[in-house]
Write a protein that binds this ligand. Structure first.
Ligand code: ATP
Length: 370
């Protein structure tokens, strides 16, 4: 095929040129980039396999400029960039309608795992993904409070299945919607496990690109069983930067490795406190601990979030920081972490070879309770 010097450009040459630009821009394997480009009439559509809505204009602009500069005589085609998230490989049978299931875990309690899960869910949604949250923290469910939905109960149209609770377009289910908090805290392992099974399988999940699973903190038997019970695609470990938390995060990484679940990376929470008056950053829990741990385990640091009263207030009051303050630097930090996480999933795993049949349609749209 002739790429340069053609007066009448053919579409396959344009596709090849476009794939070259994508490989360079995203530093991605050629066979992946090739899959992103599809032809629609005389238009080319790039379906990005990760959530990055805020970057579409920048990507489109870059591609057009580079295309003209490098392949000018191919006359740039009309290119449309959209988000098209595929189902990535997982060892277990996926949940109906849920393309990718990502555990948000921590070795240690209280590092901000749930707040991170909820904010990442909204950030992924703002970046163009359809997102759900499964609260697997059966003994201490905090997702309903953080979503401001603690007084809601899932309805059932057929007395068998639950419809998840919807909050600003993010769906969730949690034991916190079903039983009073004090009841679940005394459950033994098998009962907690059964409750988790019901939340996973008896919920009519709509079509979701990502389900984030707020895992119970720790790395004991219960956490190990639960990480095997949910058909996880991958995991993200949340840590704070001090040594004691890093040691537990290491155990978290080891737990997922033991059950063959790929760890996409780390999120460092409470990285620093920034003085509102002078702007100086104080590294209360030590500096760069997350980065050092990430380097040691050869996984990326997906994001760093400051210790900030707004994060605490929004989480505790059940307001989404991401929706409330779309232009704040805190929101940008979560959006950045969400894009990196999503990209890491798309780049580090292969697409599911038997994905056919996972997405059955949107039951929420079909089943309306009377
Ligand atoms: N970056 C942050 N800045 C300020 N407060 C935060 C931050 N992250 C989390 N918090 C607050 O810290 C408290 C604990 O957070 P969270 O419940 O998310 O932790 P967790 O790791 O999920 O806890 P658990 O181990 O109990 O499940 C909450 O009040 C939350 O609002």
């Amino acid at each position: 095929m002739k790429l340069f010097g053609s007066k009448t450009p053919d579409l396959s040459a344009q596709i090849e040129a476009l794939v070259t630009l994508l490989i360079e821009y995203f530093v991605v394997e050629p066979n992946k980039a090739q899959r992103w480009v599809k032809q629609h009439g005389d238009e080319l559509e790039i379906g990005l396999p990760f959530a990055a809505k805020s970057q579409i204009a920048i990507i489109q602009d870059h591609l057009e400029t580079e295309f003209k500069a490098r392949f000018g005589d191919l006359s740039a085609p009309k290119v449309r960039v959209s988000i098209d998230i595929p189902i990535m490989h997982s060892a277990k049978t996926p949940i109906t309608n849920v393309k990718n299931i990502i555990a948000i875990a921590s070795g240690k309690g209280g590092v901000g795992k749930s707040a991170t899960a909820v904010n990442l869910a909204f950030a992924l949604q703002q970046e163009g993904a359809r997102v759900g949250i499964l609260d697997a923290d059966i003994y201490g469910p905090s997702v309903p409070i953080m979503l401001g939905t603690q007084d809601e109960n899932p309805v059932s149209a057929d007395n068998k299945h639950m419809q998840p609770i919807v909050s600003h377009g993010v769906v969730s289910n949690s034991i916190g919607y079903l039983v009073p908090a004090e009841n679940a805290t005394v459950w033994r392992g098998p009962m907690a496990s059964r409750a988790l099974g019901q939340l996973i399988n008896d919920t009519q999940w709509p079509v979701l690109d990502y389900m984030l699973v707020d895992m119970p903190p720790g790395t004991g038997d219960i956490q190990l069983t639960m990480s095997q019970q949910v058909p996880l695609t991958a995991a993200v470990v949340v840590t704070t930067p001090q040594d004691i938390a890093l040691a537990d995060a290491t155990k978290g990484i080891a737990m997922f490795e033991k059950v063959d679940i790929p760890v996409l990376g780390l999120v460092e929470n409470m990285s620093y406190f920034q003085c509102k008056k002078c702007g100086e950053r104080e590294y209360i829990f030590s500096v760069d601990g997350g980065q050092r741990l990430a380097d040691r385990h050869n996984v990326p640091l997906l994001g760093s979030l400051p210790l900030d009263i707004q994060i605490r207030e929004h989480a505790d009051n059940g307001n989404s920081l991401i929706i409330d303050q779309p232009d704040s630097p805190l929101t940008e930090a979560y959006l950045h972490a969400a894009r990196t996480l999503s990209q890491q999933l798309a780049f580090s795993l292969d697409e599911h070879s038997e994905a056919h049949g996972v997405v059955k349609g949107d039951p929420i749209a079909i089943v309306t309770p009377s």
